[in-house]
Write a protein that binds this ligand. Structure first.
Ligand code: BGP
Length: 474
């Protein structure tokens, strides 16, 4: 009983939310650098407001973030102190290819990540690398329209080739795209897509999704060719859709919401477009254009494991019904009257994690990896300057308990768990600094004042004990 002995405990971050240094080391600009915080952010990340003002990039959240670019040694040392076995991180594409279409990679960018991997190795921490975490070079957006264009597949694969070969001795766990289903909800952040007036948005999104799905399958093939030991996973934003009531119309609506979400994993794990997607997309006239050979590629190169983020469940009512909507999330959801909510209005549903784990495992029968789960909250230092974040401990404790039940009582095959995020960083959804997830506090405030000092919150010591006991002491 219990979790497997080699269970991969750790934490997850993304380059654009922690590194900063956007004009250092020869780095080029990416979509995530031109997303402002504040009221315009939503319109920008959903592709409805064109914000390609390069000069403003240095005033946006990603420009400095938490300056992991200069603090990574200290930060990874703190991860090691908690006993991390794995550190999930992402590569900033534009550190390796500043424009995105160059032949030769930028050596300085490669050196930066090599240093990170060496630091991980020093502490026996395995890197789990997301190749693209909401990351698309601006140049490729301006020239080709981001993932609308099939050309992106080649640029992405060239990046993969450089990463797989150069980091062969350091990395064996890879994820192709972060939250690939986010392309439907935040297409600019997910895939560098913004829309012109009058365009068929759904068609563009599914065409871009198809390009990413083919790129992902080809990356799986390449990873296995370069090193047969490589394990490549897909990654999606999970969270089951509950019917708002047992009215069949609500149940139906919840089912199709789940299918929309699983569509990506169905393709990446099973290797083909599921019939429900084929029919519905064809009927709406938005079925993506495929090239000969695409279906074969998808079929032959499914992922090795399935990873996902879980923050909450959703609650779905049939169109036209009247109920309160939940706030603060890019996914549509009614407010679930049985749950409590975070300060950002996200429902808190630990049992939902067990339900989600069971649903995914039933559907695919492949090893699973929880690569994001956590509580975004405002942390206020007490009179001694300490963060006593019992609310975060409670959230994580309950979710880890539910995760263990899925493994121990339901037989789900689970490789590991990385919390989002082990260190405070910039929020992807809102661009804020005050939405904190970390075990490690970073002294950077919403108004920009900062020392960038790192300090341990109460949850830091708690998580250390969880890892030490392999989840037995919660
Ligand atoms: C996921 C992303 C992360 C992360 C997290 C929390 O969607 O993969 O990048 O930020 O959500 O969301 P937020 O930062 O909006 O609180």
């Amino acid at each position: 009983m219990g979790l497997r002995k080699d269970f991969l405990w750790g934490g997850a971050t993304a380059a654009n939310q922690c590194e900063g240094g956007i004009s250092e080391g020869g780095r080029g600009l990416a979509n995530v650098d031109v997303c402002p915080s504040g009221s315009d952010r939503n319109a920008v990340i959903t592709g409805h407001m064109k914000m390609l003002k390069m000069d403003d990039a240095h005033t946006y959240p990603a420009a400095e973030a938490i300056d992991f670019y200069h603090h990574f040694k200290e930060d990874i040392r703190l991860f090691a102190e908690m006993g991390f076995k794995v550190y999930r991180m992402s590569i900033a594409w534009t550190r390796i290819f500043p424009r995105g279409d160059e032949e030769e990679p930028n050596e300085e960018g490669l050196k930066f990540y090599e240093e990170i991997f060496k630091t991980c190795r020093k502490y026996k921490i395995q890197p789990l690398v997301t190749i693209s975490h909401f990351d698309c070079p601006i140049y490729l957006i301006q020239k080709y329209g981001g993932w609308r264009s099939r050309k992106m597949i080649d640029f992405y694969l060239h990046l993969c080739e450089v990463l797989f070969t150069r980091f062969k001795e350091y990395v064996t766990y890879w994820l192709t795209f972060n939250e690939i289903n986010m392309i439907l909800h935040a297409p600019f952040m997910g895939a560098g897509i913004y829309f012109e007036e009058g365009e068929n948005e759904e068609q563009i999104k599914y065409q871009a999704a198809h390009h990413e799905l083919v790129a992902s399958a080809l990356a799986v093939r390449m990873a296995h060719e370069v090193n047969p030991v490589n394990q490549v996973g897909c990654m999606f934003a999970a969270g089951s859709a509950y019917p708002y009531t047992c009215r069949p119309e609500d149940v139906w609506e919840a089912l199709i919401t789940d299918q929309e979400n699983y569509f990506f994993v169905d393709v990446q794990a099973r290797g083909y477009y599921p019939s429900y997607a084929r029919k519905r997309l064809e009927k709406k006239g938005v079925f993506p254009k495929m090239e000969p050979g695409d279906e074969e590629i998808l079929r032959r190169h499914p992922v090795d494991f399935i990873s996902f983020s879980y923050y909450n469940s959703r609650c779905i009512a049939a169109p036209g019904s009247k109920q309160e909507e939940a706030e603060g999330n890019l996914f549509r959801s009614a407010k679930n009257p049985y749950l409590e909510f975070s300060e950002w209005g996200w429902p808190i549903d630990p049992l939902g994690l067990r339900i989600t784990l069971n649903q995914i495992y039933d559907r695919y029968q492949k090893p699973l990896f929880i690569v994001e789960n956590g509580l975004g909250a405002v942390d206020i230092p007490d009179e001694n300057g300490e963060i006593i974040d019992d609310y975060r401990i409670t959230y994580l404790k309950e979710h880890i308990r539910a995760m263990k039940a899925a493994v121990e009582e339901d037989g789900v095959d689970l490789i590991g768990y990385t919390s989002w995020a082990p260190i405070d960083l910039i929020s992807a959804g809102s661009g804020e600094m005050r939405k904190r997830y970390g075990f490690i506090y970073v002294d950077k405030q919403e108004d920009g004042s900062r020392t960038m000092n790192r300090s341990r919150k109460k949850s830091f010591y708690w998580y250390k004990r969880v890892i030490e006991s392999n989840g037995e002491i919660l």
